[in-house]
Design a protein around this ligand. Structure first.
Ligand code: AMP
Ligand code: GLY
Length: 426
């Protein structure tokens, strides 16, 4: 099976690493890829959001499957276009990717089908939104853009002034473009967060091992929200009892709801959950693997990923038994100093061998934002590397990952020192 993977971050590197372990996989192509990925796949300089460019590339390479990994091409309908041209794909079509592409859609779906989530109202008019906020007079208030906003479209306002500023930045100032032309204002929920990725062919849903992201930039959950500074799997807060509750109240009802709406979801569905005092609730859906959740979940997958991709495409996931290693995995993201705000790129990364890995192989180094230039790896993004290790227990996986991190350096490198701390304290 030759496969073209669309995207170029740490998550795509994790998908490619998992695919490369499969005896069924032939050639692996990636577009656009990155420095580290180029050691495992042939990379082509086509942007992940360039739908026509990607279709042309697929027509040139004729892969057996195209794996569309990031949110924006999925929401824009890349899978639909590829299917029209006769390509087999992994990832939802646009009418199902809308679960991530529009929070107004996903909230109304959950309301209609009784799937637990925060209470909410939607607005397009700033005065009405502000009137609602004043009438609720409850803080923190959660204000979200309808559309994709690179993870920045959610504002947790601590008081009325912050809430009004958030509403105005979205509805009046157009800070988030079209994504912010409609907003959701919702109830603030409390409790630990869990990510559950799930394979689904639109009919059957098979949850993967749970994980925990660390979204804030600094230790102790301080600083701005980022794409994710590190992950661990499994998430010890997600007990068997919670898993059963989520299966019955959230996972199955979501898949059934999408089926009833004639929007069957095929691919990986990301459930961002909060374990509130009133039960598990959905914080968000994403229409794809999480980044850096994929980096810790896929190394625990025992079943051949190529078999899963085929079973999903052919809608026979019910007959496939998916197995997992009974181990723990930890990923520590090394980011550029300044991320998620302004940062420098083009800095040489030291400590890596010719494959962008560690000579002693004590951990796997997923490349997120790197380039390979003149025989050297240099930084090329906010999140640069995801240093990942697997072991029999979480503490050992973290020890291995942090020990590997200490062998890698670049100017102003920043990483959190407390990945997994809360999970271990459980
Ligand atoms: P989202 O992009 O919707 O996942 O939101 C980003 C982050 O904001 C989440 O991971 C939560 O930490 C937080 N968040 C979002 N919605 C709520 C809510 N209703 N209550 C509390 N925290 C929230
Ligand atoms: N790590 C969060 C996400 O992928 O959305």
């Amino acid at each position: 099976m030759d496969i073209l993977v669309v995207g170029g971050g740490g998550r795509e590197h994790a998908v490619i690493k998992a695919l490369s372990a499969s005896p069924k996989i032939g050639k692996i192509y990636c577009a656009p890829g990155n420095g580290g990925i180029s050691k495992y796949a042939e990379c082509f300089p086509v942007k992940a959001t360039d739908i026509d460019g990607m279709v042309s590339l697929a027509e040139k390479l004729r892969p057996d499957y195209v794996f569309v990994t990031p949110d924006d091409p999925l929401v824009m309908g890349m899978v639909d276009k590829l299917n029209e041209k006769g390509f087999r794909t992994f990832g939802p079509r646009a009418n199902a990717a809308i679960l991530e592409g529009s929070k107004v859609f996903s909230k109304s779906l959950m309301k209609k089908y009784g799937i637990p989530t925060a209470a909410y109202e939607t607005f397009t008019d700033a005065d009405k939104a502000i009137g609602y906020i004043r009438s609720q007079n409850s803080y923190p208030a959660v204000i979200k853009c309808d559309g994709l906003a690179l993870g920045k479209g959610v504002i947790i306002a601590r008081n009325e002034e912050e809430a009004i500023n958030a509403v105005n930045s979205m509805l009046l100032d157009g800070k988030f473009g079209k994504s912010g032309s409609e907003i959701v204002i919702e109830e603030f929920m409390t409790g630990p967060e869990v990510t559950v990725l799930a394979f689904t062919d639109g009919k059957t849903v098979k949850p993967m091992i749970s994980s925990m992201d660390h979204k804030r930039a600094y230790d102790g959950d301080e600083g701005l929200n980022t794409g994710g500074m590190g992950t661990i799997a499994p998430n010890p807060l997600y007990t068997k009892e919670k898993a059963d509750e989520c299966m019955e109240k959230i996972f199955k009802p979501t898949i059934e709801a999408m089926q009833k709406e004639c929007r069957p979801f095929k691919g990986c569905l990301y459930f961002g959950l909060m374990l509130t005092p009133n039960g598990a609730k959905v914080v968000e859906y994403n229409c794809r693997f999480g980044d850096p959740e994929a980096q810790v979940v896929l190394p625990l997958l025992k079943t051949d990923l190529a078999d899963i991709i085929e079973a999903i495409y052919e809608e026979r996931l019910d007959s496939l038994n998916i197995e997992w290693y009974d181990e723990a995995c930890a990923c520590v993201v090394m980011a550029s100093g300044g991320y998620p705000e302004k940062y420098q790129t083009g800095l040489e990364i030291s400590g890596l061998d010719a494959n962008g890995q560690l000579a002693d192989n004590k951990a796997f180094v997923y490349h997120a934002g790197t380039k390979y230039e003149n025989g050297k790896f240099v930084t090329a993004g906010g999140r640069v590397l995801g240093v990942t290790a697997k072991a029999g227990d979480l503490q050992s996986a973290l020890d291995k990952a942090y020990s590997a991190v200490s062998e890698i350096s670049f100017e102003n490198a920043h990483y959190r020192k407390d990945i997994g701390k809360r999970a271990l304290a459980k």
